[in-house]
Design a binder for this molecule. Structure first.
Ligand SMILES: Nc1ncnc2c1ncn2[C@@H]1O[C@H](COP(=O)(O)OP(=O)(O)OP(=O)(O)O)[C@@H](O)[C@H]1O
Ligand SMILES: [Mg+2]
Length: 466
């Protein structure tokens, strides 16, 4: 059971204090104070939920008390008690942040109802804050941004798999966030000696890769003048991230298989088996299953790696996330480049939504960095973005305004509300697909029915495209 709420009654007249205390103490923890100093002491030392104060406190003012109480780190809800006729002052108190007022002579039932209502409001407020936090958390897990229908399940899998020992295979085109996800899995893994060790497999020849992974003994091959500890041993107790796993040579694949299966490695040129405790996360921008079919990747290794598979969607499959990503990148890149953070103009947003992003999120980030660096105006607009975004195949949308068809396209990204963004994105999708709603829905990551509903809400059912 939760503890009762705490109420502080401040009045210079003893009989009022006692009367209120008697009527409230069955339900609440009641404190009483006769002057400002006493009241402030309670407020500073105890968590008071509701303060009920008289306006006149023998030469002191209840208004001053409310002002001071509201400055505290955890302010109470303040209710002003005022004599009949003092309503103007009470209204003034509410303007300054008081929750409500009651007039004297007091109706004790009324006071009780008022306190309960105030407390209920506060609980709801707290719940809202908590809910909002949860929602925000979902949009940003370890820096992985995404609220589109295709990203939500990905984020859920990451959260689910991270605290386990399971080997994870992350697949996705270049720039879709594979490394970011690997880091997130590691950060959320809670492995006791947590250390993330990365190996870029494609960059190394088979011999070097092997000694990089497993280490080598002194003199084991030409040039091996010293003993070397491999990445598996370095990652002991933590996570080993094998990036571009699709590129590794057959000879290394065999050794990796054993290391993954038995958690035992041998240094090159050594014969002593070494037990390790390593969680492996691998990534590839290749279709590993296809490589298996083509005989270029061992099937047994493939299954060992792909205990859990995370397929990262391309950015063009989740254009709905572009506004969210763009806003976060603009903020981050402005800080990084020591430039003021400027909002994105509508025409720039349109251009971002119309482009196909072969380089995915990385390319979006780079394009926005271009925008941040080139912009000396009040907002980052299309002309500050790299020219290839709107040139070349030159897709659409430049001067088209969003909103209800009127107004120039100059309002800023910052003052775009959700509805406006939705309009902009739906417009962009419909234009791209020449008003094919099934394709537009797909592009937006919505079902066709949801798109239809949104169009109806936006009054666009009979929309015609020029
Ligand atoms: N969902 C996302 N939210 C925020 N930033 C992202 C997201 N996905 C990718 N990024 C950012 O995009 C850039 C590229 O991501 P990352 O290096 O993880 O891609 P990758 O898939 O490993 O690419 P490659 O195959 O080329 O190595 C990074 O700056 C990363 O922070
Ligand atoms: Mg990478």
């Amino acid at each position: 059971m939760t503890s009762p709420a705490t109420i502080l009654i401040v009045d210079d007249e003893k009989h009022t204090r006692d009367g209120l205390r008697l009527s409230l103490e069955d339900e609440f923890d009641v404190y009483v104070a006769g002057n400002l100093a006493e009241a402030l002491e309670f407020l500073r030392n105890d968590q008071i939920d509701v303060m009920l104060t008289d306006l006149r406190l023998a030469g002191e003012s209840g208004m001053d008390l409310i002002d001071q109480a509201l400055q505290l780190p955890r302010p109470p809800l303040c209710i002003m008690m005022t004599a009949y006729g003092g309503v103007d002052t009470a209204v003034d108190a509410m303007k300054r942040g008081a929750y409500d007022f009651v007039t004297k002579p007091l109706n004790l039932d009324e006071v009780e109802i008022l306190i309960k209502r105030a407390l209920k409001g506060r609980t709801l407020e707290k719940e809202n804050v908590e809910l909002k936090k949860q929602v925000e958390r979902k949009y940003d897990v370890e820096g992985i941004l995404g609220q589109s229908e295709v990203m939500k399940p990905v984020i859920e899998v990451i959260e689910q798999v991270a605290p386990t020992r399971a080997t994870v295979l992350i697949e996705g085109e270049s720039g879709t966030g594979k490394e970011l996800v690997a880091r997130a899995i590691h950060n959320l893994s809670g492995r006791p000696k947590a250390k993330l060790v990365t190996v870029h497999c494609a960059a190394l020849s088979p011999t070097v890769l092997e000694s990089e992974l497993f280490g080598h003994e002194k003199g084991s091959f030409t040039g091996a003048s010293d003993k070397r500890i491999g990445r598996f041993e370095l990652a002991d107790g933590g996570t080993l991230f094998l990036d571009e796993i699709g590129e590794i040579d057959a000879s290394v694949q065999v050794k990796l298989l054993r290391a993954l299966g038995e958690q035992i490695i041998e240094r090159v040129g050594g014969s002593k088996p070494i037990q390790v405790d390593v969680r492996v996360v691998a990534a590839t921008n290749k279709d590993l299953a296809k490589l298996v079919q083509e005989g270029k990747f061992r099937e047994d290794l493939f299954w060992r790696l792909r205990v859990v598979q995370i397929k990262l969607p391309t950015l063009r499959e989740r254009k709905g996330d572009i506004p969210l990503l763009a806003e976060a990148f603009l903020r981050e890149l402005a800080e990084l480049n020591r430039k003021p953070c400027k909002p994105l103009s509508e025409d720039a947003l349109h251009a971002l939504l119309a482009y196909d992003w072969p380089g995915n999120v990385r390319e979006l980030r780079t394009a926005l960095e271009h925008g941040v660096v080139m912009c000396n105006a009040a907002r980052v607009s299309q002309k500050h973005l790299p020219p290839y975004l709107t040139g070349g195949t030159g897709i659409l949308l430049q001067k088209k305004s969003v909103g209800n068809g009127s107004g120039a396209s100059t309002s800023s990204f910052a003052d775009l509300n959700l509805e406006k963004m939705e309009r902009a994105m739906i417009d962009a999708a419909l234009q791209r697909t020449h008003d094919n709603r099934t394709e537009a829905a797909e592009l937006l990551g919505l079902s066709r029915r949801t798109l239809q509903r949104k169009l109806r809400e936006l009054g666009r059912v009979k929309r015609t495209v020029k």
